[in-house]
Write a protein of this length. Structure first.
Length: 578
């Protein structure tokens, strides 16, 4: 058989296999749950089938089809059983899927081992050979990305063709797409065909271009990280600690650094970077990554220390911990005078195996995030945490059996009629977290609750009571918090920011976390405050948040109402104009 004929046969085979995979995916997603119900048998069959076909698509090309099918089954079977085990944490398997993290762990178990399988099937003991693993991993990225892009193009052509034919009254393509299995079969066939073509052209469609492009970002990222570290002593750590959003940014930077350094050292020394600029950038970034990684871990830990564990914080702790190990390992490797590239590659291979183990543990009782979070929150309740600071609704509705059992245990030890008992009852009966946290309509006055500045500033009696219920509740919660010096977490600055205005204007600062405050502008209208949008910071062009330290500056008089185009409030390097 000629090379052309072999290519045609391979393309037809892969297209047919892809179409069959698409049809099977349709049966698993649409038919099996209806036939077997939404129980755990159906859940396991669907997760096993989809996992098997996903891995099979990832192996198609580098691995012959029979071996790929066997390897896909060998990987998907234990992973789906672990996923099934994790489903018993909740009343229904769907609740575990909606939680997100168990599904993410399952997908991780199906994807990260694929390069190890490819390397093992291509060469005996190949899973221990970093060069083979590196090639398999990056080729997998290129193959899957190309296949998805090709499938999107196929659908774009089909939909445009359908619209064109409908102009002359022909709806044959639309009728075909309307058939229930058709979208699955078409997508599967497109994926199979694209995988066949990409594998044929593997000498041309290689990850080398992607790796070279990513390397370009190594010096700029080093510069940004270096500037960030240099600015830390000047700006302080108050805006970092205690915030998951800041921790996520720091983890993202660390992950980007790990990825770029991996592209720099490549599969072996001959293809690694060698110029003084790129080599120095890779080594220096390897040293500096310790700072954002450990800051991220510290930020998450402080948040946990103040508010206890939740499944989100457990996941953040695990992610920050893994990235910190990466960063420390990288720093230790680049400090070596020789063979530092080989040391980095050993760390990458070892950490890939470690993360696979962590993903597997997440689906077992060893790392049951809901149970860990429940135990943490019950400990906070026993220590006297305020009912409104406890995630009672999440315990009742989102943390599975562990959360429900923990809430029941907490209710047993709670005095009937107490505020905590009332909040537990509200958590059980509320359909959503928003309904649970939405304050009941109340005419209770908040007059005098918010401190006013400058000293001697006044507002008309009941000026705050005209605000909407949700806004008054937000102010109550902010004022209930305390700054480091003991002042309440709220303050309003009253001033004549527009000299031609009939009445004074107000800028409010309300603490929402240990490090952050929200800024809100108000106008006095007939003796009552009304919220206003459009607050501007003339030094930054916009204003919505501030550091919690800003409130302390206001309480201690470190602010000024100064003229600009009109009067502005100058505090903490901001120039606020309502």
């Amino acid at each position: 058989m000629s090379a052309t004929s072999e290519t045609a046969v391979a393309r037809m085979t892969y297209t047919l296999v892809g179409a069959v995979i698409g049809l099977c995916a349709y049966l698993l997603i649409e038919i099996v749950p209806d036939a077997l119900g939404a129980g755990r048998l159906s859940f396991w069959i669907v997760s096993l089938g989809l996992g098997f076909f996903a891995v099979l698509l990832g192996l198609m090309g580098p691995v012959r089809l029979p071996a790929a099918a066997g390897a896909a089954l060998a990987l998907a079977l234990p992973a789906s059983l672990l996923f099934l085990w994790a489903s018993f944490r909740a009343e229904t398997p769907g609740d575990v899927v909606e939680g997100g993290y168990a599904l993410l762990a399952y997908c991780y178990l199906l994807s990260i081992p694929v390069p190890f399988i490819v390397a093992r099937l291509q060469h005996h003991g190949g899973w221990r050979h970093y060069g083979l693993l590196f090639d398999a991993a990056w080729e997998l990225v290129v193959r899957i990305a190309s296949a998805v892009l090709f499938a999107l193009v196929v659908w774009a052509v089909l939909l445009l063709s359908d619209q064109l034919l409908q102009l002359v009254g022909l709806g044959v393509i639309g009728d075909l797409i309307a058939l229930e299995p058709a979208p699955f079969v078409i997508t599967g066939a497109a994926l199979g065909l694209s995988l066949a073509i990409v594998f044929e052209l593997r000498d041309y469609v290689s990850p080398f271009l992607v790796i070279q492009l990513l390397r370009v970002f190594l010096p700029p990222l080093l510069l940004v990280v270096a500037i960030f570290i240099a600015a830390l002593p000047l700006r302080g750590l108050g805006s970092l600690f205690g915030q998951l959003s800041a921790a996520a940014i720091l983890m993202g930077v660390t992950l980007a650094g790990v990825t770029l350094i991996t592209t720099a050292v490549h599969r072996d020394d001959p293809q690694s970077v060698h110029g003084p600029l790129m080599t120095g950038a890779a080594r220096m970034l390897g040293l500096l990554l310790v700072v954002p990684a450990l800051l991220a871990l510290w930020a998450v830990w402080l948040r946990v220390d103040q508010y206890g564990l939740t499944p989100h914080r457990v996941a953040a702790l695990v992610a920050a911990g893994i990235l910190s190990i990466y960063a420390i390992g990288y720093a230790g490797a680049v400090l070596r005078q020789d063979a530092w590239r080989a040391a980095l590659r050993r760390i990458n291979r070892l950490m890939a195996l470690v993360t696979i183990g962590v993903a597997a543990a997440w689906l077992t009782p060893l790392l049951n995030a809901e149970r860990l979070a429940t135990a943490s929150q019950l400990a906070r309740a026993e220590a006297g945490a305020a009912p409104e600071d406890l995630p009672l609704w999440e315990l009742a509705h989102e943390w599975g059996r562990a959360g429900a059992e923990g809430l029941a245990a907490l209710e047993e030890t709670t005095e009937p009629g107490s505020p905590l008992a009332e909040r537990i009852a509200a958590a059980r009966t509320s359909e959503s977290d928003w309904d649970y946290r939405r304050p009941a309509r109340s005419d209770e006055s908040i007059a005098g609750l918010v401190p006013l500045r400058p000293a001697g500033a006044e507002l008309p009696d009941g000026a705050l009571d005209g605000l909407p219920d949700y806004e008054r509740d937000f102010i109550r919660r902010a004022c209930a918090q305390r700054l480091a010096g003991g002042n309440p977490g709220c303050v309003m600055v009253v001033g004549a920011f527009e000299q031609e205005a009939a009445e004074a204007q107000v800028i409010g600062f309300f603490m929402v976390s240990p490090a952050q405050a929200v800024i809100q502008s108000y106008a006095l209208v007939d003796g009552a405050l009304e919220s206003r949008s459009g607050l501007r910071d003339l030094s930054r062009r916009s204003a919505a948040t501030a550091r919690a330290q800003t409130l302390t500056d206001i309480f201690e008089g470190r602010f000024e109402i100064a003229p600009a185009r009109r009067q502005v409030l100058e505090v903490d390097d901001m120039r606020l104009m309502p």
